[in-house]
Write a protein that binds this ligand. Structure first.
Ligand code: MG
Length: 216
């Protein structure tokens, strides 16, 4: 297998595992900061898929003004605090997709692998640690004024390609297409004719699929 000068980018939630009721914690964190939590309907109306986009949309809805960096930092701190206490030892447990995470670590031995996720950076760092992702694998979380496609483009900077994005939702596929990346789906929530794997795929199956997709 030759080495590719490219990042293999993996989404986190729904792709490497999941943290149940994450959106409840997001709403509670904003409720703590804003006096009352945005409703599920408010959240459902948001078009963005990254924390910056979602919190900015909810902020505009609530206050009629743009979110700034300080407001985003405050959201991140409150949200990380809620995740830390909810998923503390003896509390709720995250579900890790062991085969996909195993494949990610195997691929990282020879290639550049990135986590590119819609979570705020501090939240992504926390979740990646809980799932046991090697700290040497770079994490790129949701940055102010960036959508998911912008994040993928940042990860690709300076790399000649080809590249790949592995994700679990239509917004992941859309971002991959906008950034010009091949896409590998995980689970059943991304309709389309792209290749896709079940969440319990074995590491060898994932590696074989990735290899077939990026080989030119
Ligand atoms: Mg996801």
């Amino acid at each position: 297998m030759r080495s590719w000068a490219m990042p293999l980018c993996f989404d986190l939630d729904g792709t490497l595992g999941h943290f149940s009721s994450g959106f409840v914690l997001l709403r509670e964190a904003l409720g703590e900061l804003w006096g009352s939590a945005p409703t599920t309907e408010d959240l459902g109306r948001c078009l963005g898929s990254t924390d910056w986009e979602i919190v900015a949309e909810l902020h505009r809805l609530r206050f009629g003004s743009a979110l700034d960096e300080a407001g985003y930092e405050a959201y991140q701190a409150a949200c990380v605090g809620r995740f830390r206490s909810t998923f503390a030892r003896g509390g709720r447990e995250a579900v890790a997709y062991a085969g996909i995470i195993g494949a990610l670590h195997h691929l990282a031995e020879r290639h550049r692998v990135w986590l590119v996720s819609g979570n705020a950076p501090g939240l992504l760092a926390f979740k990646a640690d809980v799932l046991g992702i090697d700290p040497a694998i770079p994490r790129l979380g949701s940055l102010p004024r960036h959508d998911r496609t912008d994040l993928l483009r940042l990860a690709l900077q300076g790399c000649p390609g080809p590249h790949l994005y592995v994700g679990d939702r239509p917004h992941d596929l859309a971002a991959a297409q906008a950034a010009g990346l091949p896409f590998l789906g995980v689970g059943e929530a991304v309709p389309g004719d792209h290749p896709s794997l079940p969440t319990d795929a074995a590491p060898e199956q994932v590696v074989a699929c990735v290899t077939a997709l990026v080989r030119v």
